[in-house]
Design a protein around this ligand. Structure first.
Ligand SMILES: NC(=O)c1ccc[n+]([C@@H]2O[C@H](COP(=O)([O-])OP(=O)(O)OC[C@H]3O[C@@H](n4cnc5c(N)ncnc54)[C@H](O)[C@@H]3O)[C@@H](O)[C@H]2O)c1
Ligand SMILES: CC(C)(O)[C@@H](O)C(=O)O
Ligand SMILES: [Mg+2]
Ligand SMILES: [Mg+2]
Length: 348
């Protein structure tokens, strides 16, 4: 592991230099990696592993959109694409990539196929951490670990194709064979991680649930909506409000933050903008921090897991989610966004 200084705190991370792809291939050379579920992470991880030369099969319910997508992506029914149970019996590393709620339903079937020496792989600490709610308690004689790409499976694949790598965390829950750690890291390299940082199942799930509900997804939409509404109620047009709230951020300023940090982005704006941003970021922090505390607490108590399991286990959960996504899509702000995107020269 490479020791690096993260803002004054020393941490060990795994890079591709010290754990090259060839080593990962060697560690997993006799394994059949069964990716169960072909939703968002399933395609990203299985395609990257396949392109990296691993022995990958996919297990997916036959007949649906995900099955057809796997076929379109080159998985061959009866050779590398199977019904879930068949893939579970063939696989020696079982990548459990169904939605977190669906993992509960299928667990008795998965457990049946977890014979001694196999490995159970997750991309989230959810199922095993909230075992009181999920019933997911792996048998003692299998390895259990996770690699959690810190981003969408769609980005994992896109970045891999572009020769980049999304960062992932990894954690060992249970080492039955004495090889769990090297297998886990080999999987992390295989799925295309840029580098890997270590965590445990509890910290992975609590930070991940906080991040997606917070700045990564929930808070960002909330803050966009608040500013957009204030601009609109003060007479600004939708195009002006959208450009000043979203488009400039995603197209111009966030790439600068990604490249070299917040001060670099600030430094590339006017001194007028810098003055205002430096004055206002703290009031925004102070106003939102209580909401983040509330959010973290809701995660820590298992309340967020409970909500997610209850809502996503309803038979009509997909329809309901789509209705809520449509509400966002059809809001004035995001309809304005659609028009703004169509005007980007590269989209013409
Ligand atoms: N979506 C992401 O990019 C992302 C990122 C990091 C971690 N994760 C984690 O990875 C895992 C997989 O997430 P995902 O978003 O790829 O899943 P998903 O919601 O896309 O679902 C994956 C598959 O589950 C299948 N499925 C759903 N219900 C089923 C059922 N009852 N029986 C059998 N199959 C069923 C679907 O057909 C689909 O192919 C989760 O643990 C998630 O937290 C996801
Ligand atoms: C992509 C995210 C938000 O990082 C992941 O955590 C998820 O649940 O989809
Ligand atoms: Mg998540
Ligand atoms: Mg995440």
């Amino acid at each position: 592991m490479a020791k690096l200084n993260f803002g004054g705190v020393e941490e060990e991370v795994v890079t591709r230099e010290e754990f090259p792809l060839e080593k990962a291939r060697e560690v997993l050379s006799s394994e059949t990696i069964a990716v169960i579920g072909y939703g968002v992470q399933g395609p990203g991880q299985s395609l990257n592993m396949r392109d990296n030369g691993f022995n990958v099969i996919v297990g997916q319910r036959k007949g649906g959109k995900s099955w057809d997508k796997a076929v379109a992506d080159g998985f061959v029914p009866g050779e590398t694409l199977f019904e879930i149970e068949e893939a579970l019996s063939k696989g020696t590393v079982i990548c459990y990539l169904l939605s977190d709620a669906a993992q509960i339903e299928l667990w008795p079937t998965v457990k049946k196929h977890l014979t001694p020496g196999k490995a159970l792989y997750f991309s989230h600490g959810f199922g095993a951490t909230y075992k009181d709610q999920t019933g997911i308690v792996p048998p003692a004689d299998v390895d259990v670990f996770l690699v959690a790409p810190k981003g969408s499976g769609t980005s994992l694949r896109r970045m891999f194709v572009e020769g980049k790598g999304l960062n992932s965390s990894f954690a060992i829950f249970q080492d039955a064979t004495g090889k769990a750690r090297e297998k886990c890291i080999a999987m992390g390299i295989g799925v295309g991680s840029g580098y890997l940082f270590e965590t445990d199942f509890y910290r992975e799930v609590t930070s991940d649930l906080t991040g997606e509900r917070g700045t990564l997804m929930g808070a960002i939409q909330g803050i966009f909506a608040a500013q957009y509404e204030v601009l609109r109620s003060n007479g600004h047009s939708p195009s002006e409000a959208f450009n000043e709230t979203v488009e400039e951020l995603t197209q111009s300023l966030m790439p600068l933050v990604a490249e070299n940090g917040m001060d670099w982005m600030y430094a590339n704006c006017s001194t007028t903008a810098q003055r205002g941003a430096l004055d206002w970021w703290k009031p925004f922090r102070d106003a939102t921090k209580p909401v983040f505390e509330q959010l973290y607490n809701s995660v820590k108590t298992g309340n967020e897991a409970k909500i997610s399991i209850t809502r996503n286990s309803q038979p009509d959960y997909r329809v309901k989610l789509e209705e809520e996504l449509a509400e966002l899509r059809e809001s004035e702000m995001w309809r304005a966004g659609k028009t703004v995107r169509s005007l980007r020269p590269e989209n013409n």
